[in-house]
Design a protein around this ligand. Structure first.
Ligand code: HEM
Length: 333
C-alpha cells in the first residue's frame, strides 16, 4: 500500500467492510464468500442506479423493455443460489457443545433447529437476515471512513492531532489492540463529527404515523408516511454552533447516547428500528481509522492543496462521495 502512487481508499475501505461482515456472517474461509460479494456488488449497482419506474410507477413496462427487471431477477437467483450453498456448508458443521467459534449462519441455524423462538424461523428468514446485514452494515461504515479521511485531509491540524493521539497511545508498540481503542478519545470525536456532517443514511426509512399528532404547529394526520431528515437535523443552527464547520472538539463535553437521548443527532436512527449494529460499527470504524493514521501519512496527489479536495455527494443506498477518494500514503517509520 505504501509508495508514491495514489491508492483508491474508497474501493479499499468498501472491500474491508465487506470482508469484515462476510467473516462475521459466514466464518473464516468460506469457499463461497467471494462469489457472494461479487453478486451483492451487482445487486447494489442495480438498486442504487436511477430507475425511471420509481418516479412513474405506472411505467412498469419500462423495467421489462430496459432489461432491468430481468437483470435483477438473474442477480437475485445468483445470490439465492450462493446463500443455499453457504447454508449447506454450515449444516454439516459439528461444534461438540462449544459455540465460541460460531458465525452468524451457525447461530441462525441453531436457533432455527431448536425452535426456541415464539415464531419459527424459516430458511427464507435466515437468508433475509443475512442480506439485511450486508445491505445495512457494509457501505455505511466504509462511506463514513471515506468522509472522515476527506475531512482530515481538508483540516491538517485535526489530522495532526488525531495522528499524535494514536501514536502516543501506542507508545512504541506496532500493533493496535482492542484495549487501545477505548483510549482514542479524539478519534472517537472525529468519527462522531464525520457522522454529523456526512450521515451515510441522511433520510431514515419512512415511518407510518399511528395517530394524528400536532407537531410544531402542523397537524400530522394518522397513517401519514413521515420521512426523518437526519442530514438537516445535524446541521440545524438551533442545536449546533457553526454547524457547517468540521470541529470534532464539539463532542469533547457532549456525551452522546445514540438514539436514546440527543435526538438532534441520530445518524443510527432511533426507536424500534434503530440500527442494531452501532457498537460493531463504532468499534470497526475506530480501529480502521486508527490504523490508517498510525501506519501512514496521507496527502493528495499532484501537489494540490487540501481545500481542492471536492466534497461532491452522490446519493445511492448511502450518501457517498461522488468520486472515489484516491490519496498518496507514506509509511510512517
Ligand atoms: C456508520 C455505520 C452505520 C450507520 C450510520 C448505520 C445507520 C443505520 C440506520 C440509520 C438504520 C435505520 C434506522 C432507523 O430507521 O431508525 C440502520 C439499520 C440497520 N443497521 Fe445500521 N448503520 C451502520 C452500520 C451498521 C453495521 C456495521 C451493521 C451490522 C453489523 C448494521 C446493521 C443494521 C441493521 C441490521 C439494520 C436494520 C435494518 C432493519 O430494520 O431492517 N449497521 N443502520
Amino acid at each position: 500500500m505504501a509508495g508514491r502512487s495514489p491508492v483508491n481508499l474508497s474501493a479499499m475501505l468498501l472491500s474491508l467492510s465487506n470482508e469484515t461482515i462476510a467473516r462475521a456472517a459466514f466464518g473464516k474461509g468460506s469457499a463461497q464468500q467471494q462469489r457472494f460479494l461479487l453478486a451483492m456488488k451487482k445487486l447494489l449497482e442495480y438498486l442504487s442506479g436511477f430507475n425511471v419506474v420509481d418516479l412513474f410507477p405506472s411505467w412498469s413496462f419500462f423495467g421489462e423493455i430496459s432489461g432491468l427487471r430481468h437483470g435483477m431477477e438473474r442477480v437475485h437467483l445468483e445470490i439465492d443460489g450462493v446463500l443455499n450453498e453457504i447454508i449447506e456448508e454450515h449444516e454439516g458443521k459439528k461444534f461438540d457443545g462449544d459455540d465460541t467459534n460460531e458465525d452468524l449462519v451457525d447461530v441462525l441455524l441453531r436457533i432455527k433447529r431448536s425452535g426456541e423462538m415464539d415464531l419459527s424461523l424459516t430458511m427464507e428468514n435466515v437468508k433475509a437476515v443475512l442480506l439485511d446485514l450486508f445491505f445495512a452494515g457494509t457501505e455505511t461504515s466504509s462511506t463514513t471512513l471515506v468522509w472522515a479521511m476527506i475531512e482530515l485531509i481538508r483540516h491538517p491540524q485535526v489530522m495532526q492531532k488525531a495522528q499524535l493521539e494514536v501514536r502516543k497511545v501506542l507508545n512504541g508498540k506496532i500493533r493496535i489492540e482492542e484495549g487501545d481503542i477505548h483510549k482514542l478519545l479524539y478519534i472517537n470525536q472525529v468519527i462522531k463529527e464525520t457522522l454529523r456532517l456526512h450521515p451515510p443514511v441522511p433520510l431514515l426509512a419512512r415511518r407510518l404515523c399511528c395517530e394524528t399528532v400536532e407537531l410544531a404547529g402542523y397537524t400530522v394526520p394518522i397513517e401519514s408516511r413521515v420521512v426523518i431528515n437526519v442530514w438537516a437535523m445535524t446541521r440545524d443552527p438551533n442545536y449546533w454552533e457553526d454547524p457547517e464547520i468540521f470541529q470534532p472538539e464539539r463532542f469533547e463535553e457532549k456525551a452522546i447516547d445514540f438514539g436514546v437521548e440527543n435526538f438532534e443527532f441520530i445518524p443510527f436512527g432511533g426507536g424500534r428500528r434503530i440500527c442494531p449494529g452501532i457498537s460493531c460499527a463504532l468499534a470497526s470504524m475506530e480501529l480502521w481509522l486508527a490504523q490508517l493514521l498510525f501506519y501512514f501519512d496521507w496527502e493528495i496527489s499532484g501537489g494540490r492543496s487540501p481545500q481542492e479536495l471536492d466534497v461532491e455527494e452522490a446519493f445511492g443506498l448511502t450518501l457517498t462521495r461522488k468520486n472515489d477518494l484516491c490519496l498518496v500514503a507514506t509509511y510512517h517509520e
